[in-house]
Design a binder for this molecule. Structure first.
Ligand code: MFK
Length: 532
């Protein structure tokens, strides 16, 4: 007898998402944005048909590095699948970067653009990675009149002129502490050349890249613009050492490069490289959050569809209360992540259209590292639960489910790890004084006494702590701050603190069980003892 299971079938990911539709009703209503809604509806169907097929093809045909041609000439070609190439043209035509810069819907343009990215991401084989860096580079170059031609390429809707950009920050000395960057920029008569090794360069097939280097004789980093290839398509004094063998993101070419006197142009002021590139990574960090919620939503959609067809113990999975309660908790956590991410997107749009208040600006500064770190962690946890919700099928490669977990894991690493972002949040709080604005934004959206009490506890603990304690508790502080905002956004979304989702989110816990409580000295002896 043949045994078969009914696979979950994805429906239009725009239309058949009642939580998304409720969000749109509040923030981006069809009556006000009818053309955008029609476009999103079309895309919601493409991502479960044509684009989904392409992403499967791209995933099954990873890039290949060809160092030499048949005659021994060093060529360093990176060949990618036709499907991966197709995503470049699709991204241009869909306006996945362009919409954010044309600003036809003013401050709502970013919401429209990120709704498209949200739908696109799980069916893109991670093509959103080059798009994130392209968008970040466009945001930096938009402010630099000398780079107008490149900006136009990055924000083009025409596939024949559209460019993507890389962002090469990581060297062998470290991906978090970029101050150890060893690449040297040497002055030429007209510009600079770069020499050094870049240890992780994602989307190495991009036409251009933004990268950091130290100008000879200087200690501080500067930001540089590089065009990778000359008019004949040959790399401009760049050697590809190898492609990385990665846990996930298999369609995405990530290479180690040696720059051998690569022509480059300075972007912004000399010695202000980290500050200038912060504009770029603050955009890519929002993309990271958007990618995390997109993977959560795809996983949840699949798990929910499966629960309606899979029989166990005489009834459908969804009719088992323990299974449906498990899915409900995941959905609550996902909804908080969605609202947090789109709150950041709304504020980004307002800031770019100069319609942002000082309170909102402070909120955005602190929200970016917090939403990036929180959604990434939740993305991995929810992806893992989704796989479990399929039982053994979730562990089988050709269901496509393991890819969700693999691809989620990178979101907690690239663009800043959880610890590095927690320290960035502390920089935003103490150096840039963003906490007052952030907490005022939370209080504007909640009347829940448990949320308000948690804010009081956070402030009291922070006020009593010295620098060492703040550093030790940076992670739990980050999670507490983002959860109180998540609870407030759920309350605002449901216009009530007692609806299921806002109530349950608070019940699941705002502060960690031992918030700011452990002995600051004991852990070091303990871990050293345990590991030696
Ligand atoms: C699909 C999803 C898309 C994702 C795309 C993935 C592509 C991935 C490819 C990659 O490139 S992964 C590499 C990711 N690497 C990082 O994200 C770096 C992580 N490390 C940090 O974020 C560190 O905190 C940092 C490098 C910024 C610390 O460097 P420094 O040299 O110790 O910086 P410093 O001195 O603290 O700050 C320098 C200036 O930048 C300061 O301004 P001032 O000069 O005015 O004092 C800071 O205020 C400013 N700054 C730093 N972080 C900022 C910032 N400004 C605004 N926002 C921030 N987050």
């Amino acid at each position: 007898m043949n045994f078969y299971q009914t696979p979950p079938v994805l429906k239009n990911q725009f239309k058949h998402d009642s939580f998304l539709q409720a969000y749109l009703q509040r923030k981006f209503p069809q009556s006000q944005f009818p053309e955008a809604h029609a476009d999103l509806d079309r895309l919601g169907q493409s991502v479960v048909s044509e684009y989904l097929e392409l992403s499967r093809k791209a995933e099954s045909q990873p890039p290949i590095h060809v160092p030499y041609d048949a005659w021994g000439n060093r060529i360093d070609e990176i060949t990618v699948s036709e499907a991966w190439k197709a995503f470049e043209a699709i991204s241009a035509k869909e306006g996945l970067v362009a919409i954010g810069y044309a600003r036809e819907l003013q401050e709502h343009s970013r919401v429209y653009q990120f709704l498209k990215l949200f739908l696109f991401h799980p069916s893109s084989a991670m093509y959103t990675c080059p798009l994130a860096m392209t968008d970040g580079a466009a945001r930096v170059l938009e402010e630099q009149p000398d780079f107008k031609a490149s900006f136009d390429h990055l924000t083009s809707r025409d596939p024949s002129s559209f460019w993507t950009s890389g962002q090469w920050m990581t060297e062998r000395s470290g991906g978090s502490d970029v101050s150890g960057t060893e690449t040297v920029a040497t002055r030429t008569q007209t510009s600079f050349t770069l020499s050094g090794v870049k240890w992780f360069t994602s989307a190495t097939t991009s036409q251009m890249a933004m990268t950091l280097a130290k100008i000879e004789g200087q200690d501080k980093l500067s930001l540089f613009y590089v065009e990778l290839r000359d008019h004949s398509g040959r790399l401009r004094n760049i050697q590809v050492n190898r492609l990385k063998q990665k846990l996930g993101t298999h369609a995405l070419p990530t290479a180690e490069l040696t720059l051998l006197g690569t022509p480059a142009k300075l972007v912004g002021e000399e010695g202000k490289g980290v500050k200038t590139i912060a504009t770029l990574f603050n955009i890519t960090r929002i993309y990271n959050a958007c990618s995390a919620i997109a993977l959560m939503r795809r996983g949840m959609a699949l798990a929910f569809e499966y629960s309606k067809v899979r029989m166990a113990f005489g009834k459908k999975l969804i009719d088992h209360p323990l299974h449906s309660k498990t899915l409900a908790d995941l959905q609550v956590r996902y909804e908080a992540c969605f609202l947090l991410t789109f709150y950041a997107v709304e504020l980004l749009g307002k800031s770019e259209c100069k319609k942002i208040s000082p309170q909102e600006l402070a909120t955005l500064r602190l929200l970016i590292p917090l939403v990036k770190l929180y959604t990434a962690k939740e993305g991995v946890a929810i992806a893992s639960e989704v796989i479990e919700a399929f039982g053994g099928a979730g562990y089988i490669e050709d269901t496509g489910l393991p890819q969700i977990l693999r691809d989620a894991q990178v979101l907690a690493i690239w663009e800043g790890t959880t610890n590095v972002l927690s320290l960035d949040a502390q920089r935003a709080i103490f150096k840039e004084k963003s906490l007052g604005g952030f907490l005022a934004s939370v209080k504007d959206k909640t009347k829940n006494p448990q949320v308000l009490a948690s804010i009081d506890t956070i402030v009291a603990k922070m006020t009593a702590a010295d620098e060492t304690q703040l550093n030790l508790h940076a992670r739990e502080l980050s999670f507490a701050l983002i959860r109180v905002l998540g609870a407030a956004l759920l309350e605002e979304h449901y216009s009530s603190q007692s609806s299921y989702a806002p109530h349950r989110f608070v019940e699941l816990g705002l502060l960690s069980p031992a918030f700011f409580e452990h002995d600051p000295n004991g852990f070091q002896d303990y871990i050293n003892g345990a590991l030696t």
